[in-house]
Design a protein. Structure first.
Length: 351
């Protein structure tokens, strides 16, 4: 099979394809209401990562779906990344995935079925790592390649984590580094330096299994995964949904490459960054005005298969750090900020 570059067949990439928060609010705003369901613990009333349904036996079903267009050229890795990204929603709720169903859109007049097979094989490899079956799926003939999963999971209701239950004084942790959108844009512009070629893909293929472990820590009050809205967008959802504000220390935010700032200064900023900023920029205050544009371009950078943003009581910080260290995330133990009393801005950024 000749070398295929999947990204040339799509107008967007990964979670950067997501509709902006502002436009999504317009789409979801409706006068049509559904009847209440007392077994639906998490649904459309919040901006959480997945729906949660009470099974009335002490556990709940987590149901989610996620799909997008290629963010990498290699079809096998595209399948792995899209699958890790979709499964992450279950981990973000503190649960364990149990089954996945594939979603495939394929331009059959442009790309061979053998290429689509590679995507599916990549997906199966990630599902195997997660310990779940890829049990079926649905496919359509579409103008651009699209792939993702619908995923079901289970969670003990006492371990369920939501993104709108943070508490004042909570400490914030982030389990993956920031800058995937910047690196993939730099790659398209042929600006990547030696040593940075695999950083984005390798991180995007990491499963967020730590979320299931965090679900069992009582002092973890809230959790969400950081994807297309960028770190700022998902932190705003957490802070506002919980009735508070947040502050973060820019220097404490882990960056995926030592050259990330250099790439930004060279113009490697994806279009999704500005769409994000147009949606929520008025809710963010930068205390370092001189570096505001740089910080915005990094903190609003769309992440694909990003890490978990975790809001933790001060009493449980030690337990969280131990869990991170025991699961190979010892370089992610620095806290990046704190949940504070609600003020004029949802998020304040300090240098």
């Amino acid at each position: 099979m000749e070398e295929i570059k999947l990204t040339q067949y799509s107008h967007g990439a990964g979670c950067g394809c997501k509709i902006s928060p502002k436009i999504l609010d317009e789409i979801l705003h409706s006068s049509f209401s559904m009847p209440d369901n007392d077994r639906l613990i998490v649904g459309n009333h919040s901006k959480d990562d997945a729906a949660v349904y009470d099974l009335k036996n002490g556990t709940a079903l987590i149901s989610t779906t996620d799909f997008f267009m290629p963010i990498v050229d290699d079809p096998y890795n595209f399948g792995r990344i899209a699958s890790a990204n979709a499964i992450s929603d279950v981990y973000a709720m503190g649960g364990d995935p149990i089954m996945a169903i594939a979603i495939l859109g394929w331009p059959i007049n442009l790309l061979s079925p053998l290429v689509a097979r590679k995507v599916i094989e990549g997906s199966k490899s990630i599902c195997l790592e997660a310990g779940i079956p890829l049990a079926g799926g649905h496919s359509i003939d579409s103008p651009e390649p699209i792939f993702g999963l619908a995923v079901n999971g289970l969670v003990n209701i006492t371990h369920l984590k939501q993104n709108n239950t943070a508490q004042k004084g909570d400490i914030l942790f982030l389990t993956k580094k920031i800058g995937v959108g910047i690196l993939t844009t730099a790659e398209k512009k042929n600006l990547l330096k030696d040593g940075d070629e695999k950083l984005a893909a390798d991180q995007m293929m990491e499963l967020n299994k730590i979320g299931s472990i965090m679900g069992k820590i009582k002092g973890v009050h809230a959790m969400t995964d950081v994807t297309g809205f960028g770190l700022l967008g998902h932190l705003i959802e957490m802070a506002e949904g919980s009735g508070y504000s947040a502050k973060i220390n820019f220097r404490s935010v882990p960056l995926i490459s030592d050259r990330l700032i250099e790439y930004v200064e060279m113009g490697s900023v994806p279009g999704g960054t500005n769409r994000n900023w147009d949606s929520y920029g008025h809710k963010v205050h930068f205390h370092d005005g001189q570096n505001q544009i740089l910080q915005k371009n990094i903190l609003a950078d769309p992440q694909t298969s990003g890490g978990l943003l975790i809001s933790v009581s001060k009493d449980a910080v030690k337990d969280v750090i131990e869990a991170l260290e025991q699961n190979g995330l010892s370089d992610r133990t620095m806290h990046i900020g704190e949940i504070i009393e609600s003020d004029n801005f949802a998020v304040s950024v300090y240098q």
